[in-house]
Design a protein around this ligand. Sequence first.
Ligand code: FAD
Ligand code: SF4
Length: 549
Amino acid sequence: MAAEPRGESFDAIVVGSGFGGSVAACRLAQAGRNVLLLERGQPYPPGAFPRTPRAVRDGAFWRPRDGRHGLWELWRFPGLGAVVSSGLGGGSLIYANVALRKDEATFVDDEHERWPLSYADLEPHYARVEAMQGAAPYPADREPYASTPKTNALLAAAEQVGLDAFRPNIAVSFAPDGSPPGTPLEPAPNVHGAPRYACRLCGECIVGCQYGAKNTLDYTYLSAAQAAGATIRCCCEASLIAPRDGGGWTLRYRQHLAAKAGHRAELLDPTDAPERAVAAPVVVLASGTLGSTRFLLANRPSLPRLSPRIGTGFSGNGDLLFFVRGADRYLEPSVGPTITATAKVSDRMSPSGREFFLQDAGAPAACEWLWQAAEAPADLWRLRRSLWRRLGGRLRGDRDTSIGGLASEALGTARESAAMLPLLGMGRDLPGGRMTLHGDDLQVSWDDRESHAFFDGMEATGRAMCRALGGRMWRPGGRLARLVTVHPLGGCPMGRNAHEGVVDSYGRVFGADGLYVADGSIMPGPVGANPSLTIAAVAERIAAEMVAA
Ligand SMILES: Cc1cc2nc3c(=O)[nH]c(=O)nc-3n(C[C@H](O)[C@H](O)[C@H](O)COP(=O)(O)OP(=O)(O)OC[C@H]3O[C@@H](n4cnc5c(N)ncnc54)[C@H](O)[C@@H]3O)c2cc1C
Ligand code: SF4
């Protein structure tokens, strides 16, 4: 292959700023390496997340070919949908903050998944990530954060059904004892140069925290990376990689120039060149499950020894969203951080023999208004009696002109919105999916029928939880509805050799010296629990090995 023209050089280039990329960039920079981090999306300082319908239409979605450079990338594959994020901090910007370790018993080596590392290999790295991310359970037992109704409800329902349940670690900053929600947090330098405020329980974690209360990666690993000297360039999307004569890699990226306006210069490429080339002996791909797999598939001509396992081992981490409706108590889904409690059904207790979790998936208050609309016809029908009474009063000469009571009556019992709660199930489905590239278009073939026993078991337990709350289970679209995953995993699975995987357990791509992958794509199977902590811990382990080498 002909040598690429030389551009800027770094010790290491990291592509993507999610849980894998932030950790790798931070630890390499702290070890004194000259690091460049490329992120295709924009920075999101506090207050920058779109909220109104117009702002969402114009600025929320990612599809550069239509001029859209927003936060959410939505995918619709046959039989499966997926949601991922685009922005400085990757999935942490819109995730629900849960930081759970993968169960020790699930690092299996069987016909479905071959994990080339164990819990013991990750244990010290889990602890490092938890410390960096400030992960701790929702402080339901102390002022000013009295327990949210949904937290209590999930824990009580799980107990009634006979499940283990607890408050998982979440990466959120809460006000210190005695200070009110929204208290300014202790100032600490961050990439946005912006003040942060303690959690206000607004339920908006999955649409971006306007107050900086979530400990997203831009405030943690990425700020530490920048402080250690890493160069961060947002709105820069890596497109091509090629080996250099004599070793190392040239990486080409395109700039989304239209998206750069209004952002801090130190988070952007200093030029206005639409395309750039940079070089380094080490490149760490951390573009997420869909991004890294797609990048390697697209660059196959430059990577002739890439493992034939590329694209395999895809799973949605068993994601299943459903709702409890008509509960016998108000659950106030929009009060509190998105997830505060989890029920856990271990491999041993699960009907399919495969572990799963059920969590309260709170939602912004705007969603409560949408759900309330379902109650409107019955409420308006009931309201007719009051309207008749009022009309009768008028005819009898009543001059009461205050209508606040009527307006409040129009909202009926508000049970449709306040006595309902989304519940998120996830766990160890079977990683039988395959990702391919058709022209520029990514495809995922994944068949939930392979995991029927798993999903049936999770759904039956979910139904029992809904009954325990005095309500009923509701799945929009029923069984015919497409599954939607927010936890896509696999595509570049780890393995002991190139027949088993695309990378080894230290993220090294087989057959491509100096090229690494460190993100969700290298999971050789579902994590079971929410996967970000495991992705970050694996990246810590990869970075530690790179620094030691
Ligand atoms: C609504 C929602 C809620 C979630 N809640 C939780 C939770 O509570 N707990 C949990 O553990 N997980 C949660 N997740 C999942 C979690 O966000 C992901 O598992 C995690 O972010 C994956 O990390 P990653 O490093 O693999 O990739 P990502 O975090 O997706 O990061 C990849 C980054 O690479 C960038 N990128 C892609 N291609 C390129 C390119 N070519 N050039 C430059 N940059 C590129 C992307 O823009 C992105 O920023 C949630 C996800 C969603 C969508
Ligand atoms: S509930 Fe979530 S979005 Fe709201 S302030 Fe707390 S962390 Fe931020």
